[in-house]
Design a protein around this ligand. Structure first.
Ligand code: AMP
Ligand code: GLY
Length: 420
């Protein structure tokens, strides 16, 4: 009997649970989610827990799993993996020191510079006036700490940058983190390449493209991510090899040399510019909604992969993938990415559940069971992921299913994978 604990409560964690249950067909396996959500609870046991690293560690250790798979960045940055390691629970997810590659953009820049990884030029400021003097033309203003996708403003000119600096400065001051980066603005298409890492070696997952803006045509505010495609047709295996060679492997070497080996999913957020690829950010985890589009394509069992990484030896471990394309579409609540409206009933899930299978997943995020109904309870409420022979078919299937879900005031982009 193998027991796996999946930590987190989003659609990414729902996808992890699905992939682990699917990979475990034919062997006795228990998958528990801590704390999980209303959708995961229909498929496996969820263990209630507070959200902080300490509460999550306590709930996880009490379950005595053979492996913990951590979804979100915040508890990793707070030392969840360190606490689990101290209690003897193998963890797929980095230590707090290694998670700084996401939780401090200034630290990530420093690592990239040392490892000669190509990244957008940036200057770090702890004084808003100095940041404004520096921000002259098109640039990107970023808060140094974790901000759930809301700490970045892409600016056209100095006036916009000055406003962004004031806004982010005010937001940062209220949470204690008061450092800003002003970064060169790059042009091109974005790509997410995520690699499973054991501190030394890396196994790349198929590339994915997120759509981070709220509205069609990449307009509106940045969000955590409104939809993804895996793999985009313009991202072949040559790009993935290049990212492994020029981004992931040098970064792993630099982290190991600093005594903070990276164990877990290392996510490189890239811009494909005319002058080649450049790193915009690192995340210390699987992306959301990228994971939903990637994992629906996973044909092999994720457990040997995650567990080999956690045990620090990925040598010889491979994963196999469905050759079809996956498209994942996020359904978000009214008000997202500001203050989302909660408590609206979601209809259509039961009918759709009959059609779900290996090539159609309806995944819960901000949902809650209430009097036998499912109601909204968060910003991103659901992700619908589907496979198809190419982007067009995958997109048609994902939107066909998503269109049958009713949620008052729901926001959903109509153009995910539409320009591939
Ligand atoms: P980040 O959290 O650093 O990935 O930034 C969020 C989003 O802002 C990215 O996915 C891009 O869409 C955009 N962005 C970040 N950095 C840059 C940059 N240097 N040039 C252009 N766009 C950027
Ligand atoms: N989808 C972007 C992220 O997970 O950060």
């Amino acid at each position: 009997m193998r027991k796996v604990a999946v930590i987190g409560s989003g659609a990414r964690e729902h996808a992890l649970v699905r992939a682990l249950l699917r990979g475990g067909r034919g062997e006795p396996r228990e998958v528990v989610a801590i704390p999980g959500n209303a959708g995961i609870a229909r498929e496996t046991r969820c263990v209630p827990s507070g959200g902080g690293a300490e509460a999550l560690a306590r709930a996880t250790v009490a379950e005595k799993p053979d492996l913990a798979v951590v979804g979100p960045e915040a508890p990793l940055a707070e030392g969840l993996a360190d606490r689990l390691a101290a209690a003897g629970v193998p963890c797929f997810g980095p230590s707090a020191a290694a998670a700084r590659i996401e939780s401090s953009k200034a630290f990530a820049k420093e690592v990239m510079e040392k490892a000669s990884v190509k990244t957008a030029g940036a200057a770090v400021f702890d004084d808003p006036a100095a940041a404004k003097r520096h921000a002259r033309g098109p640039c990107v203003v970023k808060l140094d700490g974790l901000a759930a996708g809301k700490g970045v403003v892409v600016c056209d000119d100095a006036a916009q940058a000055a406003r962004a600096i004031d806004e982010l400065w005010a937001a940062g001051s209220s949470s204690g983190a008061v450092r800003l980066l002003v970064e060169d603005r790059l042009e091109g298409r974005e790509l997410s390449v995520i690699a499973v890492c054991d501190g030394e070696r890396a196994v790349a997952l198929p590339p994915a493209r997120d759509h981070k803006r709220l509205l069609d045509g990449d307009r509106g505010p940045n969000t955590g991510g409104m939809g993804a495609i895996c793999s985009p047709p313009d991202a072949g295996s040559a790009i993935v090899d290049e990212v492994l060679r020029t981004v992931i492997e040098p970064t792993l070497r630099e982290m190991a040399a600093r005594g903070i080996p990276f164990v877990g999913a290392l996510y490189a957020g890239l811009m494909l510019t005319r002058g080649g690829l450049s790193v915009l950010e690192f995340n210390c985890r699987l992306g959301d909604p990228e994971a939903q589009a990637i994992l629906i394509r996973l044909r092999s069992d994720p457990l040997p992969l995650f567990s080999a990484a956690a045990r620090r030896d990925l040598s010889g471990v491979r994963a196999s993938w469905d050759p079809r394309t996956a498209v994942a579409v996020v359904i978000a609540a009214a008000g997202y990415p500001g203050t989302p409206r909660a408590g609206d009933e979601i209809r259509g899930l039961d009918l759709l559940a009959r059609e779900e299978g290996d090539d159609l997943w309806v995944l819960h995020a901000g949902t809650r069971a209430q009097d036998g109904r499912i109601v909204s309870a968060g910003g991103r409420v659901l992700t619908v992921a589907a496979l198809g022979e190419g982007p067009e078919e995958a997109r048609r299937r994902a939107y066909g299913a998503a269109g049958r879900i009713e949620l008052a005031g729901a926001q959903m982009r109509r153009d995910i994978a539409g320009t591939e």
